[in-house]
Write a protein that binds this ligand. Structure first.
Ligand SMILES: [Zn+2]
Length: 290
């Protein structure tokens, strides 16, 4: 039986464990030997996460963080509207392949977004919708506990994507699946940092321990071109002034509706060459060798 009044974090209460040694908690969210304590407040269980300084280091990210805090719920929608990137429909179909009343799927790096009330939203930032605040490489979850994981536009922002993928492997049940989107052709965008891009083949390599079910274009060539073009145009029109560049850039979003061309172009078999990003679906084998 499901209790609809329970918070997502309560649905994994039997699977919570010390984020460091992974042994069951001794007291309430407490591991003595590791000197780690989690703090529960309403829907949220917190084990540290980002500091405010980390989130406000980069000027553009500082603006993003302020908007996220003030307009948490509308932030993802606003981004969808003004962004030059048209993401294809990949999250909903993936979630629809689970029975979310029984199976637990976590959104790792959810930010302020929530695709479904039954999802476990996990993030390093303490946003209102986040159920579990933690370092995504050291989650307070026992081995083999989750049925599914989504990770959308997160791994470019971490210095060690391998460690993140390794942690996904650890927390997933055998047969559990991951859906992961990462950019390929996108300009620098700190959130709070930005480290790398992945090719079509690079994604398969990143998830080499898993069975790869599919790698698809998650955002097409027009999205790639538009974002670069907007940045380029703002550089040209700002005549060397950083202030002017920052003032002009939002105006460039007027060009963003052209992204609609990707409805067709993203389907081209050769779109992989200049796609804005890729989405991979992988499965942890039912009988993993390790
Ligand atoms: Zn411990």
């Amino acid at each position: 039986m499901i209790e609809l009044t329970r918070y997502p974090v309560d649905r994994v209460s039997g699977s919570l464990a010390c984020p460091s040694c992974h042994s069951a908690f001794e007291g309430a969210y407490e591991c003595g030997p590791c000197a780690i304590t989690g703090h529960r407040q309403g829907r949220r269980l917190s084990f540290g996460g980002f500091t405010d300084a980390e989130l406000r280091d980069d000027p553009l990210n500082r603006v993003k963080e302020t908007v996220k805090r003030r307009f948490g719920r509308v932030y993802p929608l606003t981004i969808q509207l003004v962004s030059p990137v048209l993401l294809r429909r990949f999250v909903r179909p993936f979630l629809a392949s689970f029975d979310l009343d029984r199976e637990v799927v976590a959104d790792l790096g959810s930010g302020t977004n929530r695709y479904d009330p039954r999802l476990l939203c996990v993030d390093g930032g303490t946003y209102p919708n986040v159920d579990l605040v933690t370092d995504l490489r050291r989650m307070p979850i026992r081995d083999g506990s989750l049925d599914g994981v989504i990770s959308v536009a997160v791994l470019e922002h971490v210095p060690d994507p391998q460690a993140h993928v390794g942690e996904m492997w650890r927390v997933l049940k055998p047969g559990g699946r991951v859906l992961c989107f990462v950019p390929f052709m996108q300009p620098f965008h700190a959130s709070p940092y930005d480290y790398q891009r992945f090719t079509h083949a690079g994604m398969t390599t990143l998830f080499h321990r898993f069975e790869v079910l599919s790698v698809r274009v998650g955002a097409g060539p027009t999205s790639a071109l538009l974002w670069v073009f907007q940045e380029w145009l703002a550089l040209v029109l700002s005549f060397g002034s950083r202030r002017l560049y920052r003032a002009i850039l939002p105006l460039m979003w007027l060009l963003s509706p052209l992204k609609i061309l990707d409805v067709l172009l993203a389907r081209h078999a050769d779109a992989v060459a200049v796609a804005s990003g890729f989405v991979i679906e992988v499965r942890k084998p039912a009988q993993p060798d390790r």
